[in-house]
Design a binder for this molecule. Structure first.
Ligand code: FE2
Length: 276
């Protein structure tokens, strides 16, 4: 089968969100507004508490899922559906906002490194108004597969027969791959799925070099085949079945039409977003 080529390489932009948390926005920026079904990818990573201490005080969401993968750090989650969770090193928080939640994500550390990713996965039109749900997935529930060239942490989807604990509402996979120097990595990804890798340590070769801090969008068809050279590589590999539906975005709400986004703002202002 042919190899998936790089379509585009994106460099994230520095920004801040919440009450002033410094982060790098990689998807959801002017350069890459979305990659259907992915609406946003942020990387947060700092050992300066001033960059993350303000956290994300209560704010609403409707119409999609948020997947937070903590490489390092401790955050407390609370939401209007009554869920409370604690994210620590290597854990994943999988929140399906559905018809609406108001939640907060606040650091529970005053020093040290806080590093991780938040990915927004769109919900299809027919599922946008489902009940909100929440899963706190501790690191011991996330399988890790060792192979000759490195290891893979399986957050969602299946890798070498091992399936991750994430329960997306649409077809998607999310793996954290660590490769040794001078190694080769190949993986079959469902045909037609939008696919990206984001390198967060070292660099990888895929006809071109993808450096730390870069996201490569790959073709929708073919096999993933990449190598490392004189450095190790750590990257997230994410792929999903495109929804091919209209997207109307309004800050924390992602619906199919402008009118639905306006309704979400109205419901939030009237204090009924989480009670419908
Ligand atoms: Fe949020």
């Amino acid at each position: 089968m042919k190899r998936r080529k790089i379509v585009n390489i994106i460099q994230g932009i520095q920004t801040s969100d919440g009450a002033g948390v410094s982060l790098t926005r990689i998807i959801g920026s002017p350069e890459l507004n979305m990659l259907d079904p992915f609406l946003l990818l942020d990387e947060f990573g700092s050992d300066d508490p001033n960059d993350y201490m303000a956290g994300f005080p209560p704010h609403p969401h409707r119409g999609f899922e948020t997947i937070t993968y903590m490489l390092n750090g401790k955050f407390r989650h609370k939401d209007s559906a009554g869920n409370e969770g604690y994210l620590t090193d290597g854990s994943v928080q999988w929140m399906t906002a559905g018809r609406g939640v108001i939640h907060s994500e606040m650091p529970e550390q005053t020093e040290g490194l806080a590093r991780g990713f938040q990915l927004w996965l769109n919900l299809p039109k027919k599922l946008k108004m489902i009940d909100p749900s929440y899963a706190d997935i501790p690191p011991e529930s996330i399988p890790c597969v060792d192979f000759k060239e490195g290891k893979a942490t399986i957050i969602a989807g299946t890798f070498q027969g091992v399936t991750g604990p994430g329960r997306p509402h649409t077809g998607m996979l999310y793996h954290d791959i660590h490769l040794k120097k001078n190694s080769k990595f190949e993986l079959d990804i469902p045909q037609g799925w939008n696919t990206f890798i984001y390198v967060y340590e070292g660099n990888v070769e895929l006809a071109r070099t993808i450096h730390k801090g870069q996201l490569a969008v790959l073709e929708q068809y073919g096999t993933l085949c990449l190598t490392t050279g004189s450095s190790i590589a750590q990257f997230i590999l994410v792929a999903g079945e495109p929804l091919n539906e209209p997207v109307a975005r309004g800050g924390p709400f992602v619906m199919n039409t402008r009118a639905e986004v306006m309704q979400a703002f109205e419901d939030y202002q009237n204090g009924i977003l989480d009670k419908i």
